[in-house]
Design a protein around this ligand. Sequence first.
Ligand code: V47
Ligand code: SF4
Length: 391
Amino acid sequence: MNAVAPLDRILADVKNKQLQQIADKIINNIRITPEDALVLFEKGTLGFLGALANHVREKKHGDKTYFNRNFHIEPTNVCVFSCKFCSYSRLYAHKEEGWELSIEQMMDIVKGYDGKPITEVHIVGGVHPKMNIHFFADLLKQIKQHRPDLHIKGFTAVELDYMFRKAKMTVEEGMKYLHDAGLDSLPGGGAEIFDPAIRAQICEDKVDGKGWLEIHKAAHMLGMHSNATMLYGHVESYIHRIDHMEQLRQTQDETGGFNTFIPLKFRNFDNEMSHVPEVSVIDDMKMYAIARLYMDNFPHLKAYWPMLGRQNAQLSLSFGVNDIDGTIDDSTKIYSMAGSEEQNPAMSTAELVTLIKQVKRQPVERDTLYNEIRDYTNMDIKEIETNPLLN
Ligand code: V47
Ligand code: SF4
């Protein structure tokens, strides 16, 4: 069920010629331009954007809302980089305040899920100078040996760039090495905003936009899939957001390897950008809607609920979003430390299904590659809660 007014009613009321023309393009499956996107950001009302984005969402996915059952491993929060928006990392110089897990400790986390119907492990953390590519290849091999069917989605392009450079491997060599060790796909982190002037202000010392894209392209060339994020709502302008989306859209035209676009709202708690105010939920919903309209070659648009909060994640399902990540089940500290409402984000399958059903959408469990595992639409919540295979 859609929370915004029907498209035809909204369109009948649009007086602005530019907005009418953009709506016509979208309805007729014509790709919108960067200039169109700027008009949408500057002149599109929430109702207008929501109605159009929902039209596209329902054309692609109907009411289906995907989630998966995964857990996170964060090998370390020690990081050689110093992104100003990051509330999570402890600089290497202050590593006594951080944590670093051994392979044995990480395998204990994996083993803790033995017998549980989890399909994915998401591995992402800080960039620790002593955790090199061979350390991680060993981890990947041990996970695969223990649980061959578990999909390993791991390492942002920032972590990979550092690992490859340190090992003196080309991007292609490094990616193949990790893929052979068991890495199945890449998460979308580290993208932030590609524009060099913005990167210089918020994350000057890590891989640049070109390097980020090169790493994802190399993964796609090996047949691996990946996600892409965009950190929005800080010091960037609408033009920077559009440029970021445009670069991703062009890359996707070339490789087709991206699954999901994930706009990430900047949270300002306890970081070096705490003076930058957070944008409103209205801006968040507009961002999702424009992402859905612009990223026409990305099959999926994800709202990451631990960061957005559960109720806003529900709302986003009327603004183009068709995926709300997963049960997660771990302390996803990168957000809880940045001020998200969720201090220890975890939702049971029953809770996720309830959240989606409350807004009259269709909860569908997926694996990382969006193969459908189970449709929960006609399942009773009690049945889900009491079935050990579903929890
Ligand atoms: O790149 C860091 C972001 C990202 C803050 O691919 C912040 O399925 C907001 O990419 N406010 C890492 N955001 C997390 C990530 C991710 C998460 C969930 C799913 C997937 C996926 C990927 O977190 C970083 C950065 O953009 N981040 N600090 C902050 N203060
Ligand atoms: Fe390190 Fe990632 Fe934090 Fe940047 S965002 S400081 S790369 S953990």
